[in-house]
Write a protein that binds this ligand. Structure first.
Ligand code: 289
Ligand code: CA
Ligand code: CA
Length: 163
């Protein structure tokens, strides 16, 4: 009975391990499908490392842009490296229209944070920026040259999402 017990135990362990492997493969397939489906809602995309940046030419103010990306299952683009910045810039150049980034200093003036509320690491400010012109620039736009400017959140900008 002892041997029976242990063989059965090992057998069960193997079965669990196999099932875990199968579950992971399925999860990977579902995740890829979800990314693809979401990205299909946007026509022009640019992938860098694990991130996919995408736009379909629609535009909106900061609030609308955030809501649009959130509805699509992502969030507004927020570059953390110069290559990510370059990938977003390519889309901006394709549409020749500046875009808001998912970065703002609404909570504390002068302290720019990602939507996760983490203080930003990588920056690519245009010369003289951020300058909080008129005391009312708490959002961040990327120009066609890839540089950043703090700007009022009420402008109409190209929506670029990150997935
Ligand atoms: O309203 C000010 C903005 O239009 C921008 O004007 C100039 O480009 C610079 O002063 C920017 O910093 C500013 O955001
Ligand atoms: Ca500000
Ligand atoms: Ca500014």
């Amino acid at each position: 009975p002892k041997a029976e017990c242990c063989v059965t135990g090992k057998h069960l362990q193997n079965q669990i391990r196999n099932l875990q492997g199968q579950l992971k493969s399925l999860q990977d397939i579902i995740n890829k499908k979800h990314k693809g489906k979401t990205a299909k809602d946007f026509i022009n995309g640019s992938q860098i490392s694990e991130k996919l940046f995408a736009a379909n030419g629609s535009a909106g103010d900061y609030k609308t842009s955030k809501a649009t990306c959130s509805r699509a299952g992502g969030h507004l683009a927020s570059p953390r490296t110069s290559s990510e910045n370059g990938a977003i810039q390519q889309i901006i150049q394709r549409y020749n229209k500046a875009a808001y980034l998912d970065i703002n200093d609404m909570e504390t003036e002068g302290i720019f944070k990602y939507q996760s509320m983490e203080v930003i690491g990588y920056v690519n400010w245009a010369p003289g920026e951020p300058n909080d012109t008129g005391g009312g620039e708490d959002c961040v736009e990327m120009y066609t040259d890839g540089r950043w400017n703090d700007r009022s959140c009420e402008e109409e900008r190209l929506i670029i999402c990150e997935f």
